[in-house]
Design a protein around this ligand. Structure first.
Ligand code: SF4
Length: 103
């Protein structure tokens, strides 16, 4: 059974569904989001169609915890969980300025 802390944590999610699209990481660590959604994502409502059973039905689904949110490099900056911690993506070579410094 979920408690109030679980609800407070999950309320941080903006339900944008962006984390539920396949991602590709290139050799310099840059993450590209594809247009391919998880098969269980309703792309119109952006809701998971199997939310209560998602970890059983899809072993690839990840339950976000504060520790994971702080360590994952592929959540976008506007994600409600990342925003909660004021996190920004780790700069990549692509983000580097003309002198190699990161903006
Ligand atoms: S990217 Fe973040 S805010 Fe958007 S659905 Fe995923 S967990 Fe929620």
């Amino acid at each position: 059974m979920e408690n109030n802390e679980d609800h407070k944590w999950e309320d941080l999610c903006l339900q944008c569904g962006r984390c539920c699209f396949e991602k590709i990481e290139n050799e310099d660590g840059t993450i590209f989001f594809t247009a391919t959604p998880c098969r269980y994502l309703d792309v119109v409502s952006r809701e998971c169609k199997v939310y209560e059973r998602r970890f059983t039905i899809n072993p690839d689904c990840i339950g976000l915890t504060p520790e994971l949110v702080k360590s994952l490099t592929w959540l976008h900056d506007e994600c409600g969980y990342r925003s909660h911690f004021g996190l920004k993506r780790r700069p990549t070579k692509k983000d580097a300025g003309p002198n190699g410094d990161n903006k």
